[in-house]
Design a protein around this ligand. Sequence first.
Ligand SMILES: Cc1cc2nc3c(=O)[nH]c(=O)nc-3n(C[C@H](O)[C@H](O)[C@H](O)COP(=O)(O)O)c2cc1C
Length: 217
Amino acid sequence: MSLLRVDASIRTGGSVSREVADSVETAWRALRPGSVTRRDLGRDPLPAAAWADAVSVGQTPEAERTPEQREAVALAAALADELLAADAVVVAAPLYNFGVPHHLKAWIDLLITDPRLAPGTAPLTGRPLALVIARGGGYGPGTPRAGWDHATPYLLQIFGAVLGADVTLIEAELTLAAVNPAMAALVDEAARGRDRAHALASETGRALAERTAELAA
Ligand SMILES: Cc1cc2nc3c(=O)[nH]c(=O)nc-3n(C[C@H](O)[C@H](O)[C@H](O)COP(=O)(O)O)c2cc1C
């Protein structure tokens, strides 16, 4: 039984998405010790040119491929191996500039160049995936920025509809309330939201571990 943990925050200290993913991981480890693989895209981003090289292979005869194209295909295959080997997955992502972190988008784009993960194959069907989102502001219904979070719908679509995983969404928002004086009135609401996110993360970590054991039985 293995859990693949993917982090995308460019912060290591003080990262809310990492802390909430820690709660998923801790609950998982309590039932499945020693079975977590890390892919830290925030700390170790993938090479920026790899995706274009991997895509261009489709129009390049085998004998004419450049070393860069071959490396990109091998990297995509290694990432796909890592994802496909996981019984469960946790992806932790901040909202950056109203969208998905580009390090995470680069991982997804590269993965999808591998034929095993091409759209239409839904290779993660039935596999549980916890999606942790951290947002500095608030995007709930009726708020001025409702609908401005373009990361969460995209990630739900990719991991759920395209890759076929069974996604549990764990959201922590207003994370900038503690440091932005303009958001001072929202500090308590932010703290309550973070507590709820950690509680759901712990519950989800346990559920992922139990679910993978059932699937293996
Ligand atoms: C470059 C950058 C862009 C950001 N853009 C947004 C944004 O568009 N909307 C938002 O609500 N928060 C935004 N934030 C705040 C982050 O979403 C927030 O700090 C979140 O907690 C980051 O995740 P982390 O705590 O895991 O690092 C941005 C932060 C950074 C550093």
